[in-house]
Design a protein around this ligand. Sequence first.
Ligand SMILES: CC(C)=CCC/C(C)=C/CC/C(C)=C/COP(=O)(O)OP(=O)(O)O
Ligand SMILES: [Zn+2]
Length: 346
Amino acid sequence: MPHLATTYAAIFSLVTIGGKTALASINRDRTLDFLLRMKDASGGFRMHDNGEIDVRGCYTAMAVAHILDLLIPPLTLGVAEYVCSCQTHEGGIGGEPGAEAHGGYTYCGLAALILINQAHQLDLPALLNWVVFRQGKIEGGFQGRINKLVDGCYSFWQGGVFPCLQLLPEQLLHHKSIQHENEETILRLNELKIRKQSSNAEISAAFLFPAWKDNRSKHVIHEVEDQCQSDSNERMKLVTDYKYGPLFNAQALQGYVLLCCQVLEGGLRDKPGKHRDYYHTCYCLSGLSVAQFSMSRSLNALPLPSTVLGPFDNLLAATHPLCNVVLDKYFYAYKFFHGDDDSSQI
Ligand SMILES: CC(C)=CCC/C(C)=C/CC/C(C)=C/COP(=O)(O)OP(=O)(O)O
Ligand SMILES: [Zn+2]
């Protein structure tokens, strides 16, 4: 039985293989028929005939339609309304309306809406506020939902939300909850940062993650807070300006993946004590790449050695934030199916 998750995985595997033969083997017409058959009146997508409707369906359908240049109105209609109906009071996105916010669905919902230029329909500050609290202060990895254990695969599902958000500076800054910009405060923040030589993550986290006010960064954070009064506009500027770096602790996340998730014989896992598997190997590595490139303003700019934990040959390839394939493979496939290089997303 055809299934949206395997369709997504198969098509992006072919994108990853790359080259004309692999890409030409995809039957676009039959894929479009399948996507249209999975479309539901709610705006969401079934995962398979008579199957469940959830936010994974929206993402897998939008990602496949995006790369194959099949994003037509009958597919995109109602997707934003469906995904927004799954954003919870917590700020993250649940699998279906009424369900608890979860990292897997939060990435899927956000990426799906960015792919169709509808992310502004979400409450983005609330989403950002939810995701910054999902990184474990002790372990450095991410949990999928509140009060659950960290797990290596959320290095991507949660960690991957940050580069998606950073594709949206305009939407974040002009969101209805953000009043106006304050350039003076940003300049002051920059001065403080240089003077105290504090890390980007510390300063960024000080605004959205008060729980990170540990002894190491306390003095810096108090001084910054005095200047900025924790205004939401100023907080959001931190996200939209790469000078302040990522809103998660990228070094700690790399530490969790490299030290806790690697199996010495090869492969990666959820956490120590668990077995390796292909799913966790894929998403631990995807999250590791996100963390390594999290300080890079442009997607494929080579990170400084100091941002890569361990020897520089730990560095992985940069990935596309919305499709999670290596960037040059994404651009090759985009050009193959769209006939031009001009990806509107990045
Ligand atoms: C594109 C695609 C197919 C995306 C999948 C996204 C994804 C990972 C969704 C999460 C699914 C889920 C029910 C997790 C909870 O499992 P759990 O209760 O075992 O884990 P937890 O305790 O960490 O929440
Ligand atoms: Zn996992």
